[in-house]
Structure formats: C-alpha cells, structure tokens
Design a protein around this ligand. Structure first.
Ligand code: HEC
Ligand code: HEC
Length: 210
C-alpha cells in the first residue's frame, strides 16, 4: 500500500505538466458564467467583505500595503471570481487565502468580485518596457473586451504590487501556481529569465509598499 502510494506520488510528479494542462480546464468561461458574475452586487459584497474580514490583509480599499499581498481593487470581477473559486476548491493554494476562501459560497464570491472591482486601483509607475510587453498586452490590456475575449479573462496587471507580480510569475514558472487555463501563463513564464520577470514586475507595478 505504502509502495503504491509512493509510486502514485512519483507519477504525479513526473506527469505534472500533463495534469496542470488538464485540471484547470474544468473551469469554463461560458456566457452563463459571465452573466452570473455581472449579477454581483457591490453593496452586498462590501458587507460580505466586512463579515469575512478581508481587510485584515487586503485593507478596506483593496489596495495592498504588504509586499506579499496583491492589490485586488479595480481588478476585473471575472478574474477575481475565478481566483476565489480556485482557492475555494484548491486549484490555487496559499495558506491564508485558502482558509479565507473556504468559508465562501458561490454567491459570496460573485458579490465580493463586484465590490472589489469598483474600488480604485493605484496607478502603474512604469519604467523601461521590455519588448515582450506587446505580447503580454495582447491578453492583459484592460481595454480588451471580455465578451470577445477568447483568451479567457486575463487580469489587469497595471498598478499591481511589484513584489507580488514577481512572486506570482515565479510561481507560474516553477509550476507552483497552475490554475491558469490552458497553461497559458506557465508557458509564457517558462520562457522568461528571472531578470525579465523582475523588469516586467517593475514595469507594470506600482511603487513598493513602505
Ligand atoms: C490572512 C490574510 C488574507 C485574508 C484574510 C484574505 N486574503 Fe486574499 N490573499 C492573501 C494573500 C497572501 C494572497 C496572495 C496569494 C498568493 O500569493 O498566491 C491573496 C490573494 C487574493 C486574491 C487573488 C488576487 C490575484 O491578483 O490573483 C483575491 C481575489 C483575494 N485574495 C480576495 C480576498 C477576499 C475577497 C478576502 C475575504 C473573503 C480575502 N482575500 C481574505 C491574503 C489574505
Ligand atoms: C495568451 C494570453 C496571455 C499572455 C500572452 C500573457 N498572459 Fe498573463 N495571464 C493570462 C491569463 C488568462 C491569466 C489568469 C490566469 C488564472 O486564471 O489564474 C494571467 C495571469 C497573469 C498574472 C497573474 C496576475 C495576478 O493578479 O495574480 C501575471 C502576473 C501575468 N499574467 C503576467 C503576464 C506577463 C508579464 C506576460 C508577458 C510576458 C503575460 N502575462 C502574457 C493570459 C496571458
């Protein structure tokens, strides 16, 4: 039994890219799901955020002042909803967030997404733009209309916390974060050097928290 388990674990490790490719595809963006997210009520979301003490880590306004914590203010509701769902079911894992998301039901997540989308996002500071940003922006530009978006709802990067951007790109690169549909971000980051990741994080991000 013990032996079989070890073998199974080994198999999981050696075929992790295949699993990473399969698992996230269980989440599908459909017109029904877009409509569901659009039905979120920001006021109700504000109350749910208060009950769940999201501000303990994300602050009242959703703007992070901690290098390890992302800003969620002004992010697309669709993306926020998907991340909460992913933490809730364990497709994306991080101790604090997994704990916070476990307690939420689907309606909570829809309203929370509506609430944080409405909050004001910090400005991006900018900096030297590596050539590759053209590629990134083909999916990440906030002007992209979601309904025509067959690239499956990429989050807004501008104004995000720099250290978090770097951490989460590294997590995709190391395949510690594997909740991206069709392994899109895992493939993109795979080709980036650590230096490029730092530069991209600096470019898109806002000033570092004090
Ligand atoms: C104890 C601290 C803590 C609490 C409480 C908390 N979060 Fe988080 N949250 C985090 C951390 C840390 C991350 C980054 C996880 C990672 O690095 O993968 C995160 C990530 C997120 C993300 C993903 C953002 C992105 O850009 O991918 C969303 C959305 C989110 N939190 C929403 C919430 C909501 C809504 C609540 C309240 C129900 C909440 N969080 C409560 C710490 C917390
Ligand atoms: C083919 C489309 C596509 C391209 C090209 C792309 N991304 Fe992404 N990216 C996505 C999607 C979709 C997600 C959301 C994944 C998920 O569901 O968690 C994402 C997520 C991210 C995140 C996580 C943000 C957060 O708040 O946690 C970062 C950072 C990121 N991308 C950076 C980049 C950078 C930098 C580039 C260019 C080098 C790039 N991406 C190119 C589609 C793309």
């Amino acid at each position: 039994m013990r032996h079989a388990l070890t073998l199974a674990a080994l198999l999981i490790v050696t075929t992790s890219s295949a699993i990473a490719a399969d698992q996230p595809d269980k989440f599908k963006w459909t017109s029904e799901k877009f409509a569901l997210v659009a039905s979120g009520n920001a006021k109700t979301g504000e109350e749910i955020a208060a009950q769940n003490r999201c501000k303990k880590c994300h602050n009242e306004d959703g703007v992070s002042d901690d290098a390890e914590i992302p800003t969620i203010a002004g992010q697309r509701a669709t993306y926020l909803y998907k991340q909460l769902t992913d933490f809730h079911i364990g497709r994306r894992e991080e101790e604090d967030m997994t704990k916070a998301a476990k307690k939420l039901d689907e309606q909570d997540m829809i309203h929370l997404a509506a609430f944080y989308q409405q909050q004001e996002r910090p400005q991006m500071v900018g900096g030297d733009a590596p050539l590759v940003v053209k590629v990134c922006d083909s999916c990440h530009n906030e002007e992209i209309v979601e309904e025509d978006n067959n690239i499956e709802v990429a989050p807004i990067l501008k104004g995000q916390n720099r250290q978090y951007l770097e951490n989460t790109m590294q997590a995709f690169k190391q395949r510690e974060r594997a909740n991206d549909l069709f392994v899109r971000m895992q493939s993109v980051t795979h080709k980036l050097t650590d230096q490029e990741i730092k530069q991209l994080a600096r470019y898109y991000g806002t000033t570092d928290p004090e």
